[in-house]
Design a binder for this molecule. Structure first.
Ligand SMILES: C[S@@+](CC[C@H](N)C(=O)[O-])C[C@H]1O[C@@H](n2cnc3c(N)ncnc32)[C@H](O)[C@@H]1O
Length: 291
């Protein structure tokens, strides 16, 4: 691949997905695009670039962008945000939404589904506390390929061994040969839709909880700030945003502040701290209903 090919690919990726490759990532481009070139019956990356430049390149251009995304994910990734979800966030929201009895959750870069399905299992584990509630989990990603895998809800032995507690595996999955499929009731809790975070997403409506984890790390500061600003408009005033362990809002946006005592979680800066959590009495009441 020539330096000009690399520059072309860098610019394409930035424009189409926001992913900001540094100048030294040629090896990554080679490892991900050489197999795609072969699959497209092209000798290598220069010919792939030539074909895209020649116009009429769809779906090739989308395939190139998708091949360059990093889809690493696993069940209950980082564990702590899911503990917070069960112990504090859901009890507080169940208390706050007692009249409305509905919850909307958005998982904004959901990859192959482990993250939205972990959230779905957390909701299911709340038991009676959420019985009769309308709960909606919207899982979105740029890549059609990962969404297809997520919709099927079929995972390898390796994938279910990463982060998923054995009790939940036994309770919510069915084994077929070497694969495990999530049971239909958990799959049905999640709607999967293609969505590019660079584009307008206000049509999704407002949410009580937004997970946007391990995707903003690939974007430059301006792109992160724009996404945070638009996410802030979609979060309910007492809603919660979850970011990845290596991500933060510091120095990027003033729209969010850390959720008190809950690492990885953020609330709107305008939200009074007291509204980010329920009273200890309310938390105890919801927790005992969940048992
Ligand atoms: C590393 S995975 C993170 C998955 C999951 N959130 C987690 O933390 O385990 C990043 C995901 O972001 C998606 N992605 C990359 N750029 C995107 C964009 N502009 N819009 C939406 N999704 C994007 C990729 O397709 C990939 O599935």
């Amino acid at each position: 691949m020539t330096p000009l090919d690399y520059e072309y690919l860098r610019r394409l990726l930035k424009e189409r997905s926001g992913i900001d490759l540094s100048a030294d990532k040629q090896y990554l481009v080679e490892s991900r695009l050489v197999p795609l070139a072969r699959k497209s019956n092209l000798p290598g990356i220069p010919e792939l670039v030539q074909k895209m430049k020649g116009g009429g390149a769809e779906p090739l251009t989308s395939e190139v962008v998708e091949a360059m995304t990093t889809n690493e994910t696993f069940f209950f990734r980082d564990k702590i945000p899911f503990d917070h979800l069960k112990e504090a966030v859901l009890p507080a929201l169940i208390h706050a939404r007692a009249a409305r009895r509905s919850l909307r959750i958005w998982c904004a870069a959901s990859s192959t589904g482990q993250e939205p399905y972990s959230i779905a299992m957390c909701l299911k584990e709340m038991g009676a506390a959420l019985s009769g509630w309308r709960t909606e989990i919207v899982a979105t990603d740029l890549s059609q390929a990962v969404l297809e895998k997520a919709r099927a809800g079929i995972f390898s032995q390796f994938e279910v061994q990463r982060g998923l507690p054995i009790q939940l595996l036994v309770k919510y999955f069915t084994q077929t040969g070497e694969l495990w499929q999530l049971n239909a009731d958990i799959r049905a809790m999640v709607q999967h839709r293609q969505l590019n975070l660079l584009q307008d997403f206000s049509h999704l409506g407002s949410f009580d909880i937004i997970f946007c984890r391990n995707v903003l790390i690939y974007f430059d500061q301006d792109t992160k700030a724009s996404i945070f600003g638009r996410i802030a408009k979609m979060l309910e005033p007492d809603g919660v945003l979850a970011l990845g362990a290596a991500e933060s809002v510091v120095g990027i946006t003033s729209a969010f502040k850390p959720y008190p005592d809950r690492r990885g979680l953020y609330c709107l800066s305008m939200a009074p701290v007291a509204r980010a959590g329920a009273t200890p009495h309310a938390l105890r009441a919801v927790a005992s209903a969940a048992r």
